[in-house]
Design a protein around this ligand. Sequence first.
Ligand SMILES: Cc1cc2nc3c(=O)[nH]c(=O)nc-3n(C[C@H](O)[C@H](O)[C@H](O)COP(=O)(O)OP(=O)(O)OC[C@H]3O[C@@H](n4cnc5c(N)ncnc54)[C@H](O)[C@@H]3O)c2cc1C
Length: 401
Amino acid sequence: MSPTYDVIVIGLGGMGSAAAHHLSARGARVLGLEKFGPVHNRGSSHGGSRITRQSYFEDPAYVPLLLRAYELYEDLERATGRDIALLCGGVMVGRPDSWTVSGSLRSAREWDLPHEMLDAPEIRRRFPTLTPADDEVALYEAGTGLLRPENTVAAHLQLATRQGADLHFDEPMTRWEPYRDGVRVHTAENTYTAARLVVCPGAWAPRLLTDLGVPFTVERQVMYWFQPRNGIRPFLPEKHPVYVWEDASGVQVYGFPAIDGPDHGAKVAFFRKGRATTPETIDRTVHDDEVEAISDHLSGQVPDLPGTFLKAATCMYTTTPDEHFVIARHPAHPDSVTVACGFSGHGFKFVPVVGEILADLALTGTTAHPIGLFDPARPQARLRSSGDTPTAAAPARGART
Ligand SMILES: Cc1cc2nc3c(=O)[nH]c(=O)nc-3n(C[C@H](O)[C@H](O)[C@H](O)COP(=O)(O)OP(=O)(O)OC[C@H]3O[C@@H](n4cnc5c(N)ncnc54)[C@H](O)[C@@H]3O)c2cc1C
């Protein structure tokens, strides 16, 4: 008996919804299983906005994937008519030798990406809400901007459904096993068979993908919305860039213009400064001392932003030891299972290209996209504590929190 589906996709968040779209667009019979409802706020793909940028300080190896992601985001908007990307320009701010500035410049030069370097007076002149110290500079990229995560997931789900994918919500996978040449997947209600499995579990990776041998850390992160002190006008996207700002101690803050009208303020957050948690035990309450900490931090950088605190929300990062992704055929089941996880707080801008890569890997076993950095067997992905030493040194960078 042949399997019911060509591919079963586990998790229909950012990555899984994109995989379901790209697989079904190629004519595969797809079943998507999601633990919660469509476009929910209990994983990693909610909160109204995500930064997208191309001069990528994390590593120049991401740039070709970003170039393709930009094209695919445009296709997605065109195909669904949804409001997804707003390229309002953005600045990467810090001292010239900071990871944020020097890494961005390295990628811009290596890939010949359009950019401008701004000194502190020029930053203040162009963007009066930002108050850099005299020794801080910025890389400005006109193509930087933001993406709407909920609209992105909804658009991918919409296209997948239109292309005939069966998407089952509130039906978590309980377990799976190899079955004939493919897989058998169990939920509380049903058992399904397929030739291939694609697993995109977000913060549930530590439980579902233990056998990858990657020690993922799930981190609780907080997003904050403030009503600016002197009104919303200077924070509108026509005037205000997206920013990532690294201070002298290596702490990064990032923020957005005010994109949702006068009552919703502007969003800001610490980058990669979360507490370890699990999806079952995460504290969803945001505490006063956390609001105070980000307000204090902003007083030296964007002093007009923390006027009135409006609201905050939690979200999860799933972080690998070297903060690079995991995208591969599963080493223990290379013919039938593909995985995408460990997006380490910077995956959203790649969502559509990850969908394309997962469709390549699941249907053909290989991809033309450069994904060597995301191999789960790389030594830097398998360090269990700071006492471990990789065979090749992890990339040097500023102090991290
Ligand atoms: C506060 C915050 C800010 C961020 N900012 C940025 C940014 O500015 N730029 C950027 O590029 N990235 C950013 N990111 C990172 C980015 O949002 C994530 O990398 C991305 O959303 C991860 O997508 P995912 O599909 O792996 O996870 P998710 O979207 O969480 O999807 C995983 C899905 O799997 C489902 N699932 C789990 N277990 C099962 C099961 N057993 N059966 C069925 N379904 C299951 C879950 O319910 C979930 O829907 C940010 C993340 C956070 C939290």
